[in-house]
Write a protein that binds this ligand. Structure first.
Ligand SMILES: [Zn+2]
Length: 194
């Protein structure tokens, strides 16, 4: 059963529980990686987002139903499958102090939270698409044309929403700019105290 995830989450659950609940709710597969480098600085200087989220967005155009006032009605059905988060289980470099380990863990959790944000953003897109009004068309060919157009618009919206999330959060480096519950700690690894 789907619920209004974004609205149902309270601030108190944001420390890890939120990410876990998203992972469970959407059966997210997690492919753990290891991020090891000769120094903290090398990790800091590496890819802006050393993690990724894979989402298979697809659609299908089911046959329309007869519309009460004549003609046909229906709409494309959108699906989100194969949700995979690839993220480090380990972030490390040689001779880490306890402080280094704490920094690495905070970075790792922030990164994971950013990836979870991609999943939640996709779910919000899906919810918006599924609440669009039905297409009503006089005949089947014009229904199919309209449905294809809706499907393409849905696909474009999915991509746009992901791009907006990425741009707003700057790949997680400015996660603080994202509204709750997706906002959070920036995915920046500070190698020295500041
Ligand atoms: Zn991202």
């Amino acid at each position: 059963m789907r619920s209004l995830l974004a609205l149902a989450v309270s601030a108190a659950t944001l420390a890890g529980g939120f990410d876990d609940s998203v992972v469970q709710r959407y059966h997210v597969r997690i492919d753990w990686t290891e991020l090891r480098a000769p120094s903290c600085e090398q990790i800091e200087a590496s890819a802006p987002e050393p993690a990724r989220t894979g989402l298979d967005f697809s659609y299908e155009i089911p046959p329309p139903r007869p519309h009460a006032g004549g003609g046909f009605e229906g709409r494309p059905v959108f699906r989100l499958e194969q949700v995979v988060i690839e993220a480090p289980r380990v972030v490390s470099w040689p001779n880490m102090s306890a402080t280094d380990r704490a920094r690495a863990e905070a970075f790792r959790h922030a990164l994971f939270h950013h990836e979870v944000g991609h999943v939640v953003t996709a779910e919000e897109t899906m919810r918006a698409l599924q609440s669009e009004p039905l297409i009503v068309a006089p005949d089947i060919p014009s229904y199919v044309d309209a449905a294809k157009e809706d499907a393409r618009a849905g696909e474009a919206r999915f991509k746009h929403d992901q791009d907006v999330y990425e741009a707003l959060s700057d790949h997680g480096r400015a996660q603080r700019r994202v509204p709750p519950p997706l906002g959070g700690r920036d995915t920046i690894l500070f190698c020295v105290d500041r």
